[in-house]
Design a protein around this ligand. Structure first.
Ligand SMILES: C[S@@+](CC[C@H](N)C(=O)[O-])C[C@H]1O[C@@H](n2cnc3c(N)ncnc32)[C@H](O)[C@@H]1O
Length: 269
């Protein structure tokens, strides 16, 4: 029937069922986020308007978004954004979706003295560097990535957020003097790849995740390249914490919110 409107409540249930059948972990939440996005409203509006109608144009948009999610595209890529600490970042398939455990890297730099120079290696969307600059505008924050696509995304995020963070293209650590270097470099082992969720293997950039046979190639290369004495904070797989401590002097490992050994801080020997 032209112009017919389906109740929002029914559209939500149908989307939730489709997403559950497709194997999505959080089908209700995803359905709410996608339908709210298709309607151009905040998620809270869905509960107020649950008995209201979903207009045909919004319904078509919602169906397309749900179809993408059924193919296991991550919600963050479909919406084009991801929250990280207190900022929203644009994300797309050129960059890794920032993970909550990476917020620990930002926290570890918050106690630096005013004016300290901090560099984020492998910045991706710019998440770590931009969240840090947002919370500590008195620090001098810079960032780099080996991927020119990522550099573009991070620069666009810095501009959109009005944050003064210089982003450059570089493999490993660019030349410069830094009081602390933060890095969430790739750390997935090659043999782990096939066991990862389809959201990751089908959509996220492989080069942002994979790091050789034991998952330590990128971290080892950074430690080998950085000048002796450089203070590094390295995110890593919990199972690799002891190996990473072994690469550094005065190393200390910090736990993420789930209690796993996630970031090791120490100096380059
Ligand atoms: C795991 S992602 C992390 C992105 C971002 N830091 C975050 O936490 O959301 C790793 C990033 O490091 C970059 N990268 C990989 N190897 C690199 C290297 N040797 N030097 C610099 N960047 C590298 C990738 O392009 C990717 O953007």
């Amino acid at each position: 029937m032209p112009g017919a409107v389906a109740p929002v409540r029914d559209a939500l249930s149908a989307a939730e069922d489709a997403l559950r059948a497709a194997g999505c972990d959080t089908p209700r939440l995803d359905a709410e986020l996608l339908i709210a996005h298709a309607m151009g409203v905040g998620r809270e509006r869905l509960f107020i308007d649950a008995d209201g109608g979903l207009q045909p144009a919004a319904s078509r948009r919602a169906m397309e978004l749900v179809r993408r999610r059924v193919a296991r595209e991550p919600v963050a890529y479909i919406l084009g954004k991801k929250g990280f600490r207190h900022i929203d970042l644009h994300v797309d398939r050129r960059v890794l979706i920032p993970r909550p455990e990476t917020e620990l890297l930002v926290e570890l730099a918050l106690s630096l003295p005013s004016g300290a120079r901090v560099h984020d290696v492998g910045t991706g969307s710019g998440a770590v560097a931009l969240a840090l600059k947002h919370e500590r505008p008195d620090l001098v924050v810079s960032a780099s990535d080996a991927s020119s696509d990522a550099v573009e995304v991070a620069r666009a995020n810095a501009a959109a957020l009005g944050l003064d963070v210089r982003v450059s293209a570089a493999v490993g650590l660019p030349a410069g003097e830094f009081d602390m270097v933060l890095a969430n470099l790739p750390y997935v082992r090659e043999d782990e790849w096939r066991s990862l969720a389809p959201e990751i293997t089908r959509y996220e950039p492989r080069e942002a995740l994979l790091s050789g046979e034991d998952g330590l190639d990128a971290i080892r290369a950074l430690v080998a390249q950085a000048p002796a004495g450089t203070l590094l904070a390295l995110e890593h797989a919990p199972a690799r914490a002891a190996d990473v401590r072994g690469l550094l002097r005065d190393a200390q490992t910090h736990l993420d919110l789930a209690g796993r050994e996630r970031v090791t801080v120490g100096r380059v020997p």
